[in-house]
Design a protein around this ligand. Sequence first.
Ligand code: ATP
Length: 354
Amino acid sequence: MTASTALRLDGISRGFGDVAALAGVSLTVQSGELLAILGPSGCGKTTLLNVIAGHLRPDAGRIAIGDRVVADDGVWVAPQDRRVAMVFQDYALFPHLTVAENVAFALPRSQRKTGDARSRELLALLDVEDLADRRPTELSGGQQQRVALARALAQDPELVLLDEPFSSLDQGTRDEVRTELIGRLRQTGLTCIFVTHDQEEALSIADRVAVMHEGRILQVDAPEVLYRKPFCSEVANFLGRANVLDGIGRGETVDTPLGSYALLSQASGPVRVYVRPELVGVAGDETGDVVVEARDFRGHDVLYTLRLPDGSVAIAHRPSVNMVEVGQRVRIEPQPGHAALVPVAWSDRAAAAR
Ligand code: ATP
C-alpha cells in the first residue's frame, strides 16, 4: 500500500440471507479524494458504507484504512477505533442537545477540555456558528446537514462517509448547499466517500465515481471518463440518456441517422453507437425530414423529442435559445464531440467469462 492510499477494499462480500448485498467489492481510494458511490436503489451502497465504518462485518474480504488493516480473517477493529465518521441521511442529531453540545459530544476524549473552542471552530468552518445554542428541531434541513458534518469532523476522522447527504434537501436549495458544503469539506483535505443515486450529483462533485450494480462495482473513473467512455452498457445507461443508433464506421468517424460524429475509438463497417443528446443540434428548416414531436422546457435548457424519417425517435438536449416549436420541421446539426461504441453489457461479459 502506498502512503497516499486512504482506503483499500479487497474482495468484500456481505450477504443478508439469500441476498448478496456485496459480491466481491474491491476499491482503492486515495488520500484527500472525494469519491462518489453511485447506483440504483438496492445495489449495496449503504451496506458498503456500513462495512467500511465497521457497523457491519463483511463475510469475506479485507479492509485497510491508511496502513492499518481493520477487517480480515481474524482481524476486527471496532467502529469507534477506525477514525471513520459517518453522516447519515437523516443527520441523526441528538434532539435534546444544542448544536454546540452535539458537536462537542463527538470530540475525542483528549480534546474535551478545550471542546467548546473546537466545537465553535468547526461550526464556523461550516458557517453555522450563530446557531450554536439552538436545538436541532429549530434548524432547517440544510442547517442540520451542516451541523451533522461539523459533528462528523469533530471526531477527527481519517475518512468521512456520507450516505445520500443531500437527498433530504429541497431541490431549490440542494445545489447551493451541496456546492458550498463540498467546498468546505475539500478545505479540510479529508478523504470523503459519499453515496448517491443521483447521477448528476455524482458527476458534478466527485473526483471519481464508482458505479455499483447488484453488489458489484462495475467501473471507477473520473466523471468525464465514465460519461464519455462507459465500460459496459449498464454504466452507460445509468449515466444519463443517450441515442443508441446503428451506424457505419468510417475509421475515425461514424455516419448515423443523426449525422456524422467523431468516434472515440476507430471502427469500420456496421456499428452501434451512443450519441449523447447534447451532441444533437437542431435548426428549423422547412425542407428538413425530422419533426419535433415534443419539447420539454427546463429553464436554461430544453429537451426535444424528434421523429426521424424511419419512424424512430431521438432526443436532443439544447440551450433554451433559438428554440424550435413542436410540429416544426428541422435539420440535424451534429455538434463537436464524440460518439462512443456501445460497450458489451456487463452481464453478458460476466456470462462469457464463466
Ligand atoms: P438505497 O439506495 O435504496 O438506500 P442501497 O444501494 O443503499 O439502496 P443497500 O441498503 O445496501 O442498498 O441494500 C442492498 C441489498 O441488501 C438490498 O437488496 C437490501 O434489501 C438488502 N439489505 C440491506 N440491509 C439489509 C438487512 N439488514 N437485512 C436484510 N436485507 C438487507
